[in-house]
Structures are given as structure tokens and as C-alpha cells.
Ligand binder design. Sequence first.
Ligand code: ADP
Length: 192
Amino acid sequence: MNLVLFGPPGAGKGTQSKTLTETRGLPQLSTGDMLRAAIEAGTPLGLAVKATMAKGELVSDETVIKIIAERYDQPDCKNGAVFDGFPRTIPQAEALDAMLAARGKKIDLVLELKVDDAVLLSRVEARIKAGGVLRSDDTPETLAHRLGVYYKNTAPLIDYYRAQGKLKTVDGMAPVESVTVQIADILDAVPA
Ligand code: ADP
């Protein structure tokens, strides 16, 4: 099964993807994690995207499409994957559909985690107060910018996937365990 976890920054996509990896054996393909790893490792890709990511802007479609295709062709994705933070634009969604079609596969479901802006901001503020290790783009200012980018570039994908009949919406403001249960119920209802 190929799933897309969809929602604004801070909606909990990463948390739920990790649970899906544990419970369904589907690898988590997070473009954000891949790009951060490239920055950590100081690769040419990392150097190229560092400033863009720190500002909360989107990396080019071409870049993320390439890294996703390379990752998807690894053997652990043979039964599918959970796409987390990708696609983020209509061209990325079209490229994903084409990439999967070329491999005889498709997106089965898109799970939208719905969370109000005020809740997203308060989550980031709580993380800052808790004083954990923060990402360079996890400041209230950058989050506000990332949210703007989300509404402009990414939210149109809701209609793209709704038109394909693949969109399922989950209440992302419920407690983490309850979101996990909502997702499990949706997946369990999919005919094998
Ligand atoms: P979040 O969902 O919390 O915003 P991510 O880890 O998914 O965090 O993404 C962090 C940053 O990485 C984005 O703000 C953007 O700069 C870059 N990025 C990640 N995925 C993509 C993508 N599919 N297309 C373009 N840029 C991306």
C-alpha cells in the first residue's frame, strides 16, 4: 500500500508515519528528513538546500522528485511506503503519480491531518518552552511563513486527491493515540 500523509507543518505527520512503519511495515519516506540528513552530512545537495530550508521556503520540485524516486526504488519499498511531507505541490503530486504508474503502482490513500493554525503555533511555542533540540526552521516566525507556503502551494492538493477519490480526513487535534486509532480504522476498512 502507498499512502500519503498530508497536512500543515507540525500536524503530526512524522509521528503517525513512524507508527505506520511499526504497525504496517511501510517505510517512512520523509523528504524533510532526507534533506536534513543531506545538510548534516554536508553533501552538495545539503549545501544547495540549506538556506532555502532555514527560511521555510520550498526546495525545487526537481530536487525532491529525484530523491523520492531514488529512495522508492530501494528494496524495502517493494510493498509500498508512507510519503511524509511529499508531495507538497501539484507538479510533485503529478510526478509521484507518474513515477508510481511507471512501476505498476499507485497512491492508495491520502490521509489529511486537519489541525487549526492556532494549535500548530501553540505546539511550536510549547516545544520552545520545553527547551528541546529545535530545528532551525522551528521558530514562531518561520512556522508562520511555512504555514503561508502550505496554504499557497500545498493545500491545493486536497482538491487534487479528493477528485481522485483518495482523500480521507482525520482530526489531527485529537490526542496522538486517538489519531493513530482513526488512521488504523481507515486503513482496516480498505479492501485487501
Ligand atoms: P514540516 O512538515 O514540519 O514543515 P518537513 O520536515 O516536512 O517539515 O519539511 C521541512 C522543510 O524541508 C520545508 O520547509 C522545505 O524547505 C523542505 N521540504 C521538505 N519536503 C519538501 C518538498 N516535498 N518539496 C519542497 N521542499 C520540501
